[in-house]
Ligand binder design. Structure first.
Ligand SMILES: Nc1ncnc2c1ncn2[C@@H]1O[C@H](COP(=O)(O)OP(=O)(O)O)[C@@H](O)[C@H]1O
Ligand SMILES: [Mg+2]
Length: 255
Protein backbone atom coordinates (compact mmCIF):
# COMPACT_ATOMS: atom_id res chain seq x y z
CA UNK A 1 0.00 0.00 0.00
CA UNK A 2 1.18 3.44 -0.83
CA UNK A 3 2.14 5.23 2.34
CA UNK A 4 3.14 8.53 0.85
CA UNK A 5 0.80 11.50 0.82
CA UNK A 6 0.53 13.74 -2.17
CA UNK A 7 2.57 16.92 -1.92
CA UNK A 8 2.08 18.37 -5.36
CA UNK A 9 0.31 17.61 -8.59
CA UNK A 10 0.52 19.24 -11.97
CA UNK A 11 -2.21 18.32 -14.42
CA UNK A 12 -1.96 19.09 -18.12
CA UNK A 13 0.31 22.06 -17.47
CA UNK A 14 1.26 24.15 -20.49
CA UNK A 15 3.56 27.15 -20.57
CA UNK A 16 4.17 29.20 -23.64
CA UNK A 17 6.10 32.42 -24.14
CA UNK A 18 5.06 34.99 -26.64
CA UNK A 19 7.81 37.07 -28.16
CA UNK A 20 6.33 39.51 -30.67
CA UNK A 21 4.19 37.52 -33.10
CA UNK A 22 5.81 34.19 -32.21
CA UNK A 23 4.52 31.87 -29.49
CA UNK A 24 6.92 29.24 -28.21
CA UNK A 25 5.20 26.35 -26.48
CA UNK A 26 7.75 25.18 -23.94
CA UNK A 27 5.61 22.88 -21.77
CA UNK A 28 2.87 21.03 -23.66
CA UNK A 29 0.74 19.15 -21.18
CA UNK A 30 2.95 18.17 -18.28
CA UNK A 31 1.57 15.79 -15.65
CA UNK A 32 3.48 15.23 -12.44
CA UNK A 33 2.62 13.88 -9.02
CA UNK A 34 5.08 14.28 -6.20
CA UNK A 35 4.51 12.33 -3.00
CA UNK A 36 5.91 13.21 0.38
CA UNK A 37 9.40 11.75 0.68
CA UNK A 38 10.00 11.39 -3.06
CA UNK A 39 13.50 11.86 -4.44
CA UNK A 40 13.25 12.80 -8.09
CA UNK A 41 15.56 13.91 -10.86
CA UNK A 42 14.70 15.70 -14.09
CA UNK A 43 17.07 15.58 -17.03
CA UNK A 44 16.63 17.02 -20.49
CA UNK A 45 18.48 18.89 -23.21
CA UNK A 46 19.35 22.52 -22.75
CA UNK A 47 16.34 24.68 -23.58
CA UNK A 48 13.89 21.83 -23.04
CA UNK A 49 12.00 23.63 -20.28
CA UNK A 50 13.57 22.30 -17.07
CA UNK A 51 13.91 25.70 -15.45
CA UNK A 52 10.49 26.73 -16.75
CA UNK A 53 9.01 23.68 -15.06
CA UNK A 54 10.96 24.26 -11.88
CA UNK A 55 9.79 27.88 -11.75
CA UNK A 56 6.19 26.72 -11.95
CA UNK A 57 6.67 23.99 -9.35
CA UNK A 58 8.47 26.53 -7.14
CA UNK A 59 5.73 29.18 -7.48
CA UNK A 60 8.00 31.64 -9.25
CA UNK A 61 5.83 31.41 -12.37
CA UNK A 62 2.35 30.23 -13.35
CA UNK A 63 1.21 27.81 -16.02
CA UNK A 64 -0.45 29.28 -19.12
CA UNK A 65 -3.05 26.54 -18.63
CA UNK A 66 -3.52 23.46 -16.51
CA UNK A 67 -3.78 22.99 -12.76
CA UNK A 68 -1.22 23.06 -10.02
CA UNK A 69 -2.18 21.77 -6.59
CA UNK A 70 0.32 22.17 -3.76
CA UNK A 71 -0.37 20.51 -0.41
CA UNK A 72 -4.11 20.63 -1.10
CA UNK A 73 -4.18 24.24 -2.36
CA UNK A 74 -5.01 24.97 -5.98
CA UNK A 75 -2.37 27.58 -6.72
CA UNK A 76 -2.91 27.90 -10.48
CA UNK A 77 -4.61 31.28 -10.39
CA UNK A 78 -3.19 32.96 -7.31
CA UNK A 79 -1.88 36.53 -7.25
CA UNK A 80 1.83 37.24 -6.86
CA UNK A 81 1.58 38.18 -3.18
CA UNK A 82 -0.11 34.95 -2.28
CA UNK A 83 2.33 32.95 -4.40
CA UNK A 84 5.31 34.44 -2.60
CA UNK A 85 3.77 33.79 0.79
CA UNK A 86 3.21 30.14 -0.13
CA UNK A 87 6.65 29.92 -1.71
CA UNK A 88 8.30 31.12 1.46
CA UNK A 89 6.43 28.55 3.48
CA UNK A 90 6.49 25.54 1.18
CA UNK A 91 9.55 25.64 -1.04
CA UNK A 92 13.30 25.58 -0.44
CA UNK A 93 15.60 26.41 -3.36
CA UNK A 94 19.17 25.32 -4.04
CA UNK A 95 21.01 26.76 -7.04
CA UNK A 96 24.10 25.81 -9.00
CA UNK A 97 25.88 29.04 -8.00
CA UNK A 98 24.86 28.84 -4.30
CA UNK A 99 23.50 32.42 -4.12
CA UNK A 100 24.73 33.01 -0.57
CA UNK A 101 24.97 36.62 0.58
CA UNK A 102 28.71 37.34 0.66
CA UNK A 103 28.85 39.67 3.66
CA UNK A 104 26.88 37.40 5.95
CA UNK A 105 28.25 34.42 7.82
CA UNK A 106 26.99 30.91 7.13
CA UNK A 107 24.81 31.16 10.23
CA UNK A 108 23.37 34.52 9.18
CA UNK A 109 22.66 33.24 5.67
CA UNK A 110 20.78 30.27 7.09
CA UNK A 111 18.83 32.50 9.50
CA UNK A 112 17.55 34.74 6.70
CA UNK A 113 14.44 32.78 5.63
CA UNK A 114 13.36 32.66 9.26
CA UNK A 115 13.98 36.39 9.71
CA UNK A 116 11.75 37.04 6.67
CA UNK A 117 9.05 35.04 8.40
CA UNK A 118 9.31 37.05 11.56
CA UNK A 119 10.89 34.32 13.69
CA UNK A 120 12.67 35.81 16.72
CA UNK A 121 16.44 36.11 16.67
CA UNK A 122 17.23 33.56 19.39
CA UNK A 123 14.91 30.98 17.87
CA UNK A 124 16.26 31.64 14.36
CA UNK A 125 19.83 31.13 15.58
CA UNK A 126 18.90 27.97 17.42
CA UNK A 127 17.24 26.45 14.37
CA UNK A 128 19.97 27.61 11.98
CA UNK A 129 22.66 26.08 14.19
CA UNK A 130 20.77 22.81 14.39
CA UNK A 131 20.42 22.54 10.64
CA UNK A 132 24.04 23.55 10.02
CA UNK A 133 24.93 20.62 12.27
CA UNK A 134 22.76 18.36 10.14
CA UNK A 135 24.66 19.28 6.98
CA UNK A 136 28.04 18.89 8.66
CA UNK A 137 28.79 22.61 8.88
CA UNK A 138 28.48 23.29 12.61
CA UNK A 139 32.16 24.21 12.88
CA UNK A 140 31.98 26.68 9.98
CA UNK A 141 28.95 28.66 11.07
CA UNK A 142 30.88 31.90 11.54
CA UNK A 143 32.70 31.71 8.21
CA UNK A 144 31.70 33.96 5.35
CA UNK A 145 31.07 32.33 1.95
CA UNK A 146 34.49 33.45 0.62
CA UNK A 147 36.09 31.40 3.41
CA UNK A 148 34.30 28.23 2.37
CA UNK A 149 34.94 25.70 -0.41
CA UNK A 150 32.34 25.10 -3.12
CA UNK A 151 31.04 21.97 -1.44
CA UNK A 152 30.81 23.76 1.91
CA UNK A 153 28.94 26.66 0.31
CA UNK A 154 26.44 24.24 -1.16
CA UNK A 155 25.97 22.60 2.25
CA UNK A 156 25.19 26.02 3.72
CA UNK A 157 22.79 26.73 0.84
CA UNK A 158 21.06 23.40 1.50
CA UNK A 159 20.76 24.31 5.18
CA UNK A 160 19.26 27.68 4.23
CA UNK A 161 16.77 25.94 1.92
CA UNK A 162 15.69 23.54 4.66
CA UNK A 163 15.63 25.76 7.74
CA UNK A 164 12.05 26.85 7.11
CA UNK A 165 10.79 23.25 6.97
CA UNK A 166 9.71 23.33 3.32
CA UNK A 167 7.38 20.72 1.91
CA UNK A 168 9.61 20.49 -1.16
CA UNK A 169 13.30 21.11 -1.84
CA UNK A 170 14.00 22.20 -5.43
CA UNK A 171 17.57 22.00 -6.64
CA UNK A 172 18.55 23.37 -10.07
CA UNK A 173 21.90 21.76 -11.02
CA UNK A 174 23.06 21.63 -7.37
CA UNK A 175 26.28 19.83 -8.29
CA UNK A 176 26.89 21.68 -11.56
CA UNK A 177 29.61 23.95 -10.17
CA UNK A 178 31.45 21.26 -8.21
CA UNK A 179 34.21 18.81 -9.08
CA UNK A 180 33.16 15.17 -9.33
CA UNK A 181 34.21 14.18 -5.82
CA UNK A 182 32.58 17.18 -4.14
CA UNK A 183 29.49 16.73 -6.30
CA UNK A 184 29.16 13.19 -4.96
CA UNK A 185 29.53 14.43 -1.37
CA UNK A 186 26.73 16.94 -1.89
CA UNK A 187 24.62 14.26 -3.56
CA UNK A 188 25.27 11.93 -0.62
CA UNK A 189 24.02 14.66 1.71
CA UNK A 190 20.80 15.07 -0.31
CA UNK A 191 20.31 11.28 -0.31
CA UNK A 192 20.82 11.21 3.44
CA UNK A 193 18.37 14.06 4.07
CA UNK A 194 15.80 12.22 1.99
CA UNK A 195 16.35 8.82 3.57
CA UNK A 196 16.74 9.93 7.17
CA UNK A 197 14.53 13.00 7.40
CA UNK A 198 12.03 12.24 4.64
CA UNK A 199 12.80 15.53 2.84
CA UNK A 200 11.03 15.60 -0.55
CA UNK A 201 13.56 16.58 -3.21
CA UNK A 202 13.42 17.41 -6.91
CA UNK A 203 16.79 17.77 -8.62
CA UNK A 204 17.38 19.16 -12.09
CA UNK A 205 20.64 17.82 -13.41
CA UNK A 206 22.75 17.24 -16.50
CA UNK A 207 24.67 14.54 -14.67
CA UNK A 208 23.32 11.04 -15.25
CA UNK A 209 25.21 9.72 -12.23
CA UNK A 210 23.27 12.20 -10.07
CA UNK A 211 19.99 11.23 -11.74
CA UNK A 212 20.61 7.52 -11.27
CA UNK A 213 20.81 7.94 -7.52
CA UNK A 214 17.25 9.24 -7.37
CA UNK A 215 14.34 6.87 -6.80
CA UNK A 216 12.30 8.57 -9.54
CA UNK A 217 13.91 9.66 -12.79
CA UNK A 218 12.13 11.93 -15.22
CA UNK A 219 13.04 13.36 -18.59
CA UNK A 220 11.66 16.38 -20.29
CA UNK A 221 11.69 16.39 -24.04
CA UNK A 222 9.60 18.18 -26.63
CA UNK A 223 7.50 19.81 -23.93
CA UNK A 224 6.48 16.54 -22.30
CA UNK A 225 7.60 14.92 -19.08
CA UNK A 226 8.33 11.20 -19.11
CA UNK A 227 9.11 9.00 -16.16
CA UNK A 228 11.67 6.27 -16.63
CA UNK A 229 10.22 2.93 -15.55
CA UNK A 230 11.68 0.35 -13.25
CA UNK A 231 12.72 2.57 -10.40
CA UNK A 232 12.02 1.68 -6.80
CA UNK A 233 9.90 4.63 -5.82
CA UNK A 234 10.13 3.68 -2.19
CA UNK A 235 6.34 3.93 -2.07
CA UNK A 236 6.04 1.34 0.66
CA UNK A 237 8.56 3.08 2.82
CA UNK A 238 6.68 4.94 5.53
CA UNK A 239 7.65 8.57 6.00
CA UNK A 240 10.09 8.78 8.86
CA UNK A 241 9.22 10.81 11.90
CA UNK A 242 11.19 14.01 11.96
CA UNK A 243 13.02 15.35 14.96
CA UNK A 244 12.24 18.85 16.19
CA UNK A 245 15.58 20.21 15.22
CA UNK A 246 14.74 22.50 12.39
CA UNK A 247 14.51 20.23 9.36
CA UNK A 248 10.77 19.64 9.18
CA UNK A 249 8.35 19.69 11.98
CA UNK A 250 5.07 20.53 10.34
CA UNK A 251 2.99 17.95 8.60
CA UNK A 252 5.34 15.20 9.73
CA UNK A 253 2.86 13.67 12.09
CA UNK A 254 0.29 12.91 9.41
CA UNK A 255 -1.99 10.03 10.42
N1 LIG B 1 11.01 34.51 -19.96
C1 LIG B 1 11.10 33.90 -21.15
N2 LIG B 1 10.67 34.51 -22.27
C2 LIG B 1 10.73 33.88 -23.45
N3 LIG B 1 11.23 32.65 -23.64
C3 LIG B 1 11.70 31.99 -22.58
C4 LIG B 1 11.66 32.58 -21.26
N4 LIG B 1 12.19 31.67 -20.39
C5 LIG B 1 12.54 30.60 -21.12
N5 LIG B 1 12.24 30.78 -22.43
C6 LIG B 1 12.46 29.80 -23.50
O1 LIG B 1 11.89 28.58 -23.10
C7 LIG B 1 12.70 27.49 -23.48
C8 LIG B 1 13.03 26.65 -22.25
O2 LIG B 1 13.89 27.38 -21.38
P1 LIG B 1 14.38 26.80 -19.99
O3 LIG B 1 13.20 26.37 -19.21
O4 LIG B 1 15.27 27.80 -19.37
O5 LIG B 1 15.20 25.51 -20.45
P2 LIG B 1 16.26 24.58 -19.66
O6 LIG B 1 16.25 24.99 -18.24
O7 LIG B 1 15.80 23.18 -19.91
O8 LIG B 1 17.59 24.82 -20.32
C9 LIG B 1 13.90 28.07 -24.17
O9 LIG B 1 13.69 28.01 -25.55
C10 LIG B 1 13.93 29.50 -23.69
O10 LIG B 1 14.49 30.33 -24.66
MG1 LIG C 1 17.77 25.66 -16.92
Amino acid sequence: MKATQNTLSLTDVCRSYRIGPVTAEVLRGVNLEIGSGDLMSIMGPSGSGKTTLMNIVGLLDRPSSGTHVLDGHDVSGLEDDMLSTLRNEYIGFVFQAFHLLPRLTALENVCLPLVYRGVGRAEAIRRAQAILGRVGMADRSHHQPSQLSGGQKQRVAIARALVGNPVLLLADEPTGALDAETAQEVMALLLQLNAEQGVTILIITHDSSVARQCTRQLRIDDGKLLELPGQDRGADRPPRPLADDGIRDQGAAAP
